[in-house]
Design a protein around this ligand. Structure first.
Ligand code: F6R
Length: 593
């Protein structure tokens, strides 16, 4: 949540800042701002409510080679020009990603000293605090801030006394410094500078950095110098959405994403042995995640229970972290997070570690914060996912559950069958994309609906939940996902001639049951769409639309069935005039609670 960038070197800082903010706009997009030293010691600070493109036009002609920028997802204080970052007090101008939990008490202490506040943000309290404690030594002031501030923060700071430096601080929010040739880049995600350098310093919690064009000096929380470790960044070059949108582009990248993920997993013998080791020494499996990652865990549970006959518990990470979960040193917790930065999932992982559990992390971002707590990291190779709605990453997460099941199972026959299916996945998903036009037609027909229900049984129920999440977040239509057998236990009361029910039917042994539920819907006048690889379902229900999936087995079919659900959400969004990449109130990387 919120994206930070900074630049110092020979280029015009404003140009990199705008470009970097556009790349990081997935992290928040309700306002944006920048501050640049003008070359004569003055800081020009420009900020606006709205998208980065609005900031871009407002900053044309801003000169200077050292500056910072921010794209915001509001936590404290409405999106407005004044609440946008950077915030300035005295000699300090800063941008902040995270939440200062004790900002109210800090503000009142400073107000008692006569300090004035101009915004409703928590972030301004940091600038005012720094100004209050500053005695000419910035590192000392930042050490004091690290001790004073509670919560999560990544900061990039300009101090008027040092026009050739950017100061950075990190605690629980991501921050990375790219090292170029006589230039340095600051960012929340290395994707922002990946076209300039692949060398970077990933700050750890409670570290302070002094960044100049020549590199970075690192300090611990007490202001003592630390060694600097330069690493190679793992993110591939950020590819702009040259077609309709990032969401659409990313759905179309699914075939490649599944291919690369499976190749990477099966090519790594050490990893496979590690998987066997970690799961065989534990006797309980718990999976955690948020949103789509949680929905992937529901599928993972089904895969593990079907293939391995091992019971699995699935928990929302945001719930797991605040209960006293029954886990111990014989438990393996599998944490799933595309970004690897989700605060709730990271907190769940830390809790699991504190109770002695082993942690396996499934993530799409190699250097993400969550990996630091993992006993083992399984890497989805979906490539950068920028649209707020998770699409290709969801499939790769499910795929890794399948891959893990193949190395843990001793049923050689079924392992061979699953591996064959995995090999066919790129082709299967490619074929499924051919439903695009049909799905678009459906969206045109149903885009005015006020409520859409998704139903399914078993694995299909897990898919229904993901279908409904996708639709809600990018089209703002009320939607719910139900186990099809549950309709008659209450939900059927919602069904009338205005209802649209989309049934996912990929599990042969319960296909007829879901079709029966659809008859019950039709009897109440509801419209019915079926998504299935089974042609026969067409005869079983006279539906309003029939989306025929390419044929595949029960465990693989969900990966194909999710594609029309994602496309449906996408087209519903487009038909309703919404930008699917930037749905209201949301951000891609949820680094705050
Ligand atoms: C929905 C979506 C969110 C994320 C959730 C977890 O499309 O993207 O529900 O899945 O915020 O994010 P990660 O996977 O980054 O932990």
């Amino acid at each position: 949540m919120c994206g930070i960038v900074g630049y110092i070197g020979k280029r015009r800082a404003r140009d990199y800042i705008i470009q970097g903010l556009k790349i990081l706009e997935y992290r928040g997009y309700d306002s944006a701002g920048l501050a640049v030293f003008d070359g004569c010691g003055k800081i020009n600070c420009i900020k606006r409510a709205g998208y980065v493109s609005q900031l871009e036009s407002a900053t044309i002609g801003t000169e200077g080679n050292c500056g910072i920028g921010h794209t915001r997802w509001a936590t404290h204080g409405a999106p407005s020009d004044v609440n946008s970052h950077p915030h300035t007090c005295g000699k300090f101008t800063l941008v902040h990603n995270g939440i200062i939990e004790n900002f109210v008490s800090i503000k009142s202490q400073l107000a008692n000293k006569g300090k004035r506040f101009l915004t409703q943000t928590d972030s301004e309290a940091i600038a005012v605090f720094l100004d209050d404690v500053y005695d000419g030594d910035v590192i000392k002031a930042l050490s004091a801030a690290l001790k004073k501030l509670k919560g999560s923060f990544a900061l990039a700071i300009l101090c008027k006394d040092f026009p050739d430096k950017i100061f950075v601080v990190k605690k629980q929010s991501p921050l990375v410094v790219g090292i170029g040739d006589a230039e340095c880049f600051v960012a929340s995600d290395c994707m922002a500078f990946s076209q300039y350098t692949d060398k970077a310093v990933y700050l750890k919690d409670n570290e302070i950095g002094e960044v100049s064009s020549q590199g970075i000096k690192l300090f611990d929380g007490n202001g003592n110098r630390k060694a600097v470790k330069i690493e190679k960044t793992a993110t591939e070059y950020f590819a702009p959405a040259d077609c309709k949108s990032f969401m659409y582009k990313e759905i179309y990248e699914i075939p490649k994403a599944v291919q690369y993920t499976a190749e990477e997993f099966f090519a790594n013998d050490e990893k496979k042995l590690g998987v066997v080791d970690i799961f065989s020494k534990n006797d309980k499996v718990v999976m955690i995640g948020c949103g789509t990652a949680y929905n992937a865990c529901l599928v993972g549970k089904n895969i593990f229970e079907t293939v391995l006959r091992v019971p699995v518990e699935v928990e929302l990470a945001s719930e797991f972290r605040y209960k006293n979960p029954i886990i111990d040193d014989k438990t393996v917790v599998v944490a799933v997070s595309q970004s690897g930065e989700t605060a709730d999932t990271i907190a769940g992982v830390r809790l699991a570690k504190s109770k002695g559990a082993d942690v396996v992390v499934i993530t799409n971002v190699a250097h993400s914060s969550i990996t630091r707590y993992a006993d083992m990291v399984l890497h989805t190779k979906a490539g950068a996912e920028v649209a707020v709605a998770a699409t290709k990453s969801y499939l790769t997460q499910i795929l890794l559950f399948l891959c893990v099941a193949t190395v843990l199972s001793d049923d050689l026959k079924s392992v061979a069958a699953i591996k064959k299916e995995i090999e066919s996945l790129p082709q299967l998903t490619q074929k499924t994309l051919a439903l695009d036009e049909q799905v678009h037609k459906l969206a045109k027909e149903f885009c005015k609906k006020q409520s859409v229900f998704f139903i399914g049984r078993g694995l299909d129920y897990a898919l229904a939940l993901e279908g409904t999440l996708k639709l809600k977040e990018v089209s703002y239509i009320h939607s719910e996902g139900f186990a099809s057998g549950e309709l008659k236990h209450g939900t059927l009361a919602l069904i009338d001639k205005n209802a649209l029910v989309i049934a996912v039917v990929t599990q042969r042994h319960v296909a007829e049951k879901t079709c029966n539920a659809l008859h019950e819907v039709q009897a109440r006048g509801g419209k019915v769409v079926i998504i299935t690889p089974f042609e026969k379902a067409k005869n079983d229900v006279e539906c309003d639309a029939f989306l025929q999936l390419p044929s595949s087995s029960g465990l693989i079919a969900p990966m194909s069935a999710i594609i029309p659900l994602q496309l449906f959400a996408y087209y519903m969004s487009i038909e309703r005039g919404i930008n699917p990449d930037k749905p209201r109130n949301l951000a891609k990387s949820v680094t705050v609670e």
